[in-house]
Design a protein around this ligand. Structure first.
Ligand SMILES: [Zn+2]
Ligand SMILES: [Zn+2]
Length: 136
C-alpha cells in the first residue's frame, strides 16, 4: 500500500497508503491537478503534512457523513491534519498560493481539519464564486 501513487519529475508526491479510502477497500485516486497543488504545498510547508482523509468510496463517504457528490469520491479532495490555528493559517496561505480555489477549515474541539479540493462543479450557493473558503 505504500508504493508511490503518482510521481512528478521522478519524485513521489503521495503514496497510495496516504490517500487510500480508510474503509480498506483500496480505492486510491488523486487527480493530477490536486496532486500538483499538494506537491507545491508539501514542499513549501517545511514540516511533515499528514493526510487525514483522501479518497473515499461512496459507502465510506456516507459512513463519515460526507456530502454526495463529494469531491473525495472523485479523487479531487484531500483533508490534512491541523495541529494549531497557526498551521491552519499556513495551509490556507500555501493552498491559495498553489492555486487551490476551494478550501474548508474546521476548527473546533475534536474536529481540526483542513480540506482542499479541485472540483470544477459550479458553485450552487453563490454562482460565479469559483474561489471559496468555508468552515465546518
Ligand atoms: Zn472504501
Ligand atoms: Zn474534505
Amino acid at each position: 500500500m505504500d508504493e508511490a501513487l503518482v510521481t512528478m519529475h521522478g519524485k513521489p508526491v503521495l503514496t497510495a497508503g496516504e490517500v487510500a479510502c480508510r474503509c480498506g477497500c483500496g480505492f486510491a485516486l488523486v487527480k493530477p491537478e490536486l496532486l500538483d497543488a499538494f506537491r507545491v504545498i508539501r514542499e513549501a510547508a517545511g514540516r511533515p503534512l499528514v493526510v487525514a482523509s483522501g479518497c473515499r468510496c461512496e459507502a465510506h463517504n456516507a459512513a463519515v457523513g460526507g456530502s454526495l457528490p463529494s469531491s473525495h469520491v472523485l479523487g479531487e479532495a484531500l483533508d490534512l491534519e491541523v495541529g494549531s490555528s497557526g498551521q491552519a493559517y499556513q495551509l490556507v496561505a500555501l493552498a491559495i498560493a498553489a492555486g487551490v480555489k476551494r478550501i474548508g477549515v474546521g476548527w473546533r474541539p475534536g474536529h481540526h481539519v483542513f480540506h482542499m479540493d479541485v472540483s470544477h462543479e459550479p458553485p450552487f450557493l453563490y454562482p460565479g464564486e469559483r474561489s471559496r473558503l468555508w468552515t465546518y
